[in-house]
Design a protein around this ligand. Sequence first.
Ligand code: AMP
Length: 239
Amino acid sequence: MGLILILMGVQGAGKGEQAKFIRETYDIPHVSTGDLFRAMKTRTDDLAQRIQGILASGRLVDDDTTNEVVRERLSQADAAEKGVILDGYPRTPAQAAWLEAHLKERGEKITTVLLLELDLYTAFKRAFGRVSDSETGKSYNIYFNSDEIEWGFVEHETDKQFPPRLRATLKGSDRELTRRVDDGNADSVLKRIDTYVENTTPLIDYFRDRDLLVTISADQPITTVSSAIQAVIEAKKSK
Ligand code: AMP
């Protein structure tokens, strides 16, 4: 196996973008346990059904099941040959310990853990303010690039739901931009941030104690973050 990279960061830190950059630059697969679990949706066996129930509830899948899914994925040819970018895994110190032991059995080890650090206030705004153009797939944000869009909050006339609905269009067009349902709910955005902090704080300590953690500010342009990541990987490779 080649590089074994762990990518961590709160929602809105740009993990998806950076995983794509690493995948394209180093030709290694991006393995997200969330994606692996979601992909089981079409399976009808007991395990897959149980996992769908857990996903719907927002709880974590148990460590043994998660580790087994990761073991299976790591044994596939692309990961076994080239390495992997792990995203959303490990989520607990027990998973991290299992991963280290599993890699050791195979004569391998974690190359580095990249923590994309973003203050929680900005993380909230990146999710809550995000709207996208369903035709082009391009994302905008009412807080950060509002010059390209027209936006405002529309009061709910009758049911007075909170928060008022965000309506955004591209400037000069009346095509309405869409918002992910879970981003539009301030409470749900805060809950996701809280869960992240709760789950990852012990993990950050775990990796820092092992001298594996590298912190990169995610509050910079995407290309700047990518360059910082590349510099870290190159330094680790040459060791
Ligand atoms: P994500 O797409 O990473 O937010 O993951 C979606 C869901 O998959 C989570 O809410 C958990 O239920 C489950 N999940 C993903 N990764 C893990 C993990 N490492 N450990 C336990 N559950 C996980």
